[in-house]
Unconditional design. Structure first.
Lengths: 389, 306
């Protein structure tokens, strides 16, 4: 008996010394869409996030990082399983990575209940911006409506009489068209929602042709964007009815697949290739060098997610148990690829939104060029309904 | 509603329906004649699309690539029949479903290993990437017209094969009464292998022509397989004519649902309700069609066995 007690003490001492020798690591769970039609988005966010970790010497706020990656296959059930595993078994300190709003809404409550911070690199549903805002939610990128509000404002200044609206039938699709209509004051010819991940747009394109609108605005992320724009061009409509897009449907991932047809298209973004600050310049240059492709807004969001975590963990001196201080540190803002960004109490950023145009450079490369600023220090429309301070 | 919109939507329905027919034709023959449920049929469609995308890169010609993909997929189909499906004919449907479902998972992973998990890019030939004026003022994408043409051509060929040739006679005999056909000396074993190869080739045609419109990606076979099953249930299992009529019905109803249902709803309900209800209703419309057909004709529209 006595021996056993001594053995326990001995083992306890070993364990204690091991704990002393090993610095605390920060565990980040990264659940994202890495296969299927939305894969380009998840892969860009992941690559941007990894590039930032490399720039930070695999540390966040001075703590060594362990990243656990899972593919949600753009399926809420698969995402739920991955999130549960990371919360219960891996005991992650932060979760991030989700691309699609319907997936975030399916797992959000489970994450918040465990008092784990979810740092959204992309999905920004209106649900989490208003009454249901949560202290454990921070979105690095934007609220879903924002980029569409910017395009609504731009189409409004171009004085188009009327516009045809198209989006997939899921939370971000509804947020998108709500945002557009908030700033576009002309007539909406039709507001068409289609199945998420639909790839054949012949029925919708025939409707557009018959409705003869002055302009078309379509929110089509990922493979949907590639297919819609290709088919819009194949139907001969690109020359007849101007097409306006949010940055999601007109960034490097879509341009690579669609090609020359994209040249001339206007779109909105919170980030651009040529934003003139040292963080962005290093990000763009090293991303191109490392991955051999042009970064998208998604990649910048992944990069910024790591920068935000780094800044916040540094601010609390690496003590991850100080949840209130962590949240305050995150909301206070950080230096991002977009320059300094701060946040509203609901966890959504206050920032500028830019107008971009797809152009072909003299060398033949097709890229997005920043051609104007639509909003400065713009905040989301739901923040007043959030009780958090 | 302007007539040009109606014509365009009918063409869209036909185009989708004819491609569905290519998938359903193979499926209905396998199910009708071999009495075997082959869930991996959609995987052959995926293989056809991937082979086409790869061969376009190698040969530089879309048409050569289609030819190569059809032959290649037919070969893979026949190998699959010889190695796996042949063992399943005598088993019950549950074993067949389990085994062919396993095939789906295996083929998906093999494709992921070979081609990676990102979708491949497959574009229509440059000459067909624009619109054509088919009626004054009515433009339609050239590639979709080609799809309709190819679909009709293959349908005609199949009808000739089934109704006018000896092999076709054996097929019809097998579909209406397998034991009797076997007793009369129909060479069932090579016939089944051949049939499977033809079915796989048809899948590859559908994959090659839908690839540029949809996307060449893992799992593309599963979503369309469900529709193909709906088609053969509506058309009657084992009947080529049923598959054609069923496929065109499903294609037209699906397109009409997406195009016209929200319009109709917006006349009777508020825009909010219409935009919520429209897409939801449109996506269940073909299943509704199937339910209605099954209610009045449980054997399908053109049953092979009477």
């Amino acid at each position: 008996m006595k021996k056993a007690v001594w053995l326990m003490v001995f083992l306890g001492l070993i364990g204690f010394s091991l704990a002393l020798a090993q610095p605390r690591t920060v565990k980040v769970g990264f659940v994202s869409t890495l296969s299927g039609g939305g894969a380009a988005l998840g892969i860009d966010v992941r690559d941007g996030f990894n590039l930032a970790l490399r720039h930070l010497n695999n540390q966040l706020g001075g703590l060594p990082v362990e990243v656990i990656v899972a593919d949600d296959q753009q399926n809420p059930d698969v995402a739920r399983q991955a999130v549960d595993r990371m919360l219960k078994r891996d005991r992650v300190d932060f979760l991030t990575g989700i691309i699609f709003s319907n997936i975030l809404l399916a797992v959000g409550d489970a994450i918040f209940e465990e008092k784990v911070f979810y740092i959204s690199p992309n999905a920004g549903p209106s649900e989490y911006a208003g009454e249901q805002c949560n202290p454990y939610f921070v979105n690095v990128a934007w609220q879903n409506d924002n980029l569409h509000e910017a395009m609504g404002q731009y189409v409004q200044t171009r004085r188009f009489e009327n516009v045809f609206l198209l989006a997939p039938n899921y939370p971000a699709g509804r947020d998108a068209l709500t945002g557009f209509k908030r700033y576009f004051k002309g007539r909406v010819v039709a507001e068409v929602y289609h199945r998420l991940n639909q790839l054949d747009f012949s029925a919708e394109i025939a409707q557009i042709r018959a409705a003869r609108p002055k302009a078309v605005y379509a929110f089509e992320p990922g493979a949907m964007g590639v297919n819609f724009i290709k088919q819009y061009a194949e139907a001969g409509l690109l020359r007849e009815i101007p097409l306006f897009l949010p940055g999601f449907s007109a960034d490097a991932d879509v341009i690579r697949a669609v090609g020359r047809g994209m040249v001339g298209i206007y779109n909105s973004s919170q980030w651009t290739l040529e934003l003139n600050n040292p963080i962005n310049q290093r990000f763009v240059e090293d991303f191109r060098k490392t991955y051999n492709r042009i970064p998208t807004l998604y990649a910048s969001q992944g990069y910024d997610t790591a920068l935000l975590l780094d800044a916040a963990i540094k601010a609390v001196g690496g003590d991850l148990s100080k949840k209130d201080e962590l949240r305050k540190a995150m909301l206070a803002g950080f230096n991002s690829t977009r320059g300094p960004v701060r946040f509203s109490p609901n966890g959504y950023p206050i920032q500028n939104y830019y107008l971009r145009q797809v152009i072909q450079q003299p060398g033949g490369e097709i890229v997005n060029r920043q051609v104007g600023t639509i909003f400065t220090n713009h905040r989301d429309a739901y923040v007043d309904r959030c009780k958090l301070r | 509603m302007p007539p040009s919109l109606f014509i365009e939507q009918v063409l869209n329905g036909f185009q989708f329906g004819l491609m569905l027919f290519l998938l359903a034709a193979g499926l209905t023959l396998v199910l009708g004649i071999m009495d075997t449920i082959n869930l991996a049929h959609g995987s052959l469609y995926m293989i056809g699309a991937y082979l086409t995308a790869t061969l376009v890169g190698v040969t530089g010609s879309f048409w050569l690539a289609v030819l190569g993909a059809v032959l290649g997929t037919a070969l893979i189909g026949m190998l699959l029949e010889l190695s796996v499906l042949r063992q399943l004919y005598r088993r019950d449907h549950l074993s067949q479903v389990l085994a062919t479902f396993a095939l789906i998972l295996i083929i998906n992973e093999v494709v992921r290993m070979i081609w990676g998990s990102q979708p491949l890019l497959l574009s229509a030939p440059e000459a067909l990437s624009g619109p054509v004026e088919i009626l004054p003022g009515l433009y339609y994408p050239a590639f979709r017209l080609v799809i309709i043409g190819v679909g009709l051509l293959v349908a005609l060929l199949l009808f000739w094969l089934v109704n006018r040739t000896r092999v076709g006679m054996w097929l019809r005999a097998g579909a209406s009464n397998r034991e009797m056909a076997q007793a009369m000396g129909v060479p069932i074993k090579p016939l089944f292998t051949l049939l499977f190869g033809v079915g796989a080739g048809l899948c590859a045609i559908a994959g090659a022509f839908l690839g540029p419109i949809l996307a060449v990606q893992i799992g593309m076979g599963e979503s369309i397989l469900i529709l193909a099953f709906v088609v053969i249930v509506i058309g009657g299992i084992g009947s080529i004519k049923g598959a054609l009529v069923g496929a065109l019905l499903v294609g037209l109803v699906d397109t009409a649902g997406r195009a016209f249902l929200p319009l109709l709803l917006s006349r009777v309900a508020s825009p909010e309700v219409a935009s919520n209800l429209g897409p939801a209703l449109a996506s269940i419309l073909i299943y509704l069609l199937m339910a209605v057909v099954l209610f009045f004709r449980p054997q399908g529209l053109f049953p092979a066995r009477t």
